[in-house]
Design a protein around this ligand. Structure first.
Ligand code: ARG
Length: 366
């Protein structure tokens, strides 16, 4: 039987991926973890409910087109099975009035070698999102005898998992930046919590962003679960809402990373890259002044690109500066329109999860 699942990084030749779906997407009600995520000046504060149908249709159109482009470039693509996300959910520890969406898969699924693990997300509204991917996991399980189907320890997400009143309406951007610098986030340390999109995989090394969605205990959990890998906790003090690493620090090929110029990696954390001759270059500026309406993410989805191999990258069609920079860095650019999908949780990298990339576990930082 064939090997279906294998991926150790974000840049080796991509052969098989999962691309999310926008069907039935909700703006979830506020909860202890997400009120932190919605910026004070956002038009989304205090509102929740189904996303407008025409926005779902437009997002799905762009997602379907993205799938067609990937297939044209030799990538096999699978899609999740969305649930009725408007249902309320309940566990022995909490109740939430709705779920969210089957976007983006990058937040939920972490592929390391022949294992795909569903993450330990800190948002209650995302507690059951993994179910949308279970039919695919089962299919891989039945057809690839080496596939390791796994699930991180499920956090309980009781009130003890969050700092309450951490977020004050009056808090300024400066205050938020001070908190990020002090590594003072909304989550507590009662249990490991992490989103898969906080993990940057580079062969033997995992660089994991400590921020609003991933806590310190998760770092310790990773160290024990993957004793053969090296786990590095990274921070980006310039980010007032540090959630997910892939609009901040994005590897393009062995030896090259683009870094959000507003969120530089601190000097002491650069040492390992410098010692191994990796170049960290500032990402080009976004082409837009702001994100599209009803979007959680920042304009920096401009740098949230999907690398297909060491010389090929998919960049959002309107992000002309990012495309130009890629060209200068020696990458061939495949432009794909994707702004209508941004409100559903992210850009071109977020919207995918790796199933198969060629290559094995390399040690890039010996
Ligand atoms: N926090 C990032 C920003 O707004 C967005 C990251 C989205 N990534 C994801 N995997 N959902 O700049």
């Amino acid at each position: 039987m064939p090997k279906i699942v294998n991926s150790w990084n974000d840049f080796d030749p991509l052969k098989h991926a999962i691309v999310g779906r926008a069907d039935f997407s909700m703006i979830p009600p506020e909860e202890p973890a997400t009120s932190e995520k919605v910026p004070v000046d956002s038009e989304m504060r205090g509102m929740w409910g189904p996303r407008p149908t025409e926005t779902v249709e437009k997002a799905n159109e762009q997602l379907d087109n993205y799938v067609a482009v990937l297939e044209k470039h030799g990538v096999k693509v699978d899609r999740p099975t969305p649930l009725q996300w408007n249902q309320h959910i309940q566990t022995p520890d909490f109740r939430n009035d709705s779920m969210m969406t089957a976007m983006p898969p990058r937040d939920i699924l972490l592929t390391i070698g022949n294992e795909i693990m569903a993450s330990a997300n800190s948002f209650r509204c995302r507690y059951f999102e993994y179910l949308a991917y279970w039919p695919l996991m089962n299919e891989y399980f039945e057809n690839d005898p080496e596939f390791k189907w796994s699930q991180a320890p499920r956090p309980r997400l009781t009130d003890k998992s969050y700092k309450h009143n951490y977020y004050d309406e009056k808090i300024s951007l400066e205050d938020r930046l001070i908190r990020t610098a002090n590594k003072d986030f909304v989550t507590t340390e009662v249990e490991p919590m992490w989103d898969a999109a906080d993990v940057m995989r580079v062969g033997k090394d995992l660089f994991i962003q400590h921020g609003l969605t991933t806590n310190r205990k998760a770092m310790e959990w990773f160290k024990r679960y993957y004793p053969d890998l090296r786990v590095h906790s990274v921070n980006f003090p310039g980010d007032p809402y540090p959630i997910h690493i892939d609009a901040t620090f994005v590897p393009l090929r062995p030896g090259l990373i683009i870094n959000n110029p507003h969120r530089p990696l601190p000097v002491e954390q650069r040492a390992i890259f410098e010692a191994n001759d990796w170049q960290i270059v500032e990402a080009a500026k976004p082409a837009h002044d702001g994100p599209p309406p009803l979007c959680y993410s920042s304009v920096w989805l401009s740098m949230n690109c999907l690398v297909l191999d060491h010389k090929t990258v998919v960049v959002e069609e309107s992000e002309v500066y990012q495309a130009e920079q890629m060209d200068k860095l020696g990458m061939n650019v495949i432009p794909v329109p994707f702004r209508d999908a941004y409100p559903f949780g992210g850009g071109l990298h977020c919207a995918t999860a790796d199933v198969y990339r060629e290559g094995g576990m390399e040690d890039y930082f010996p």
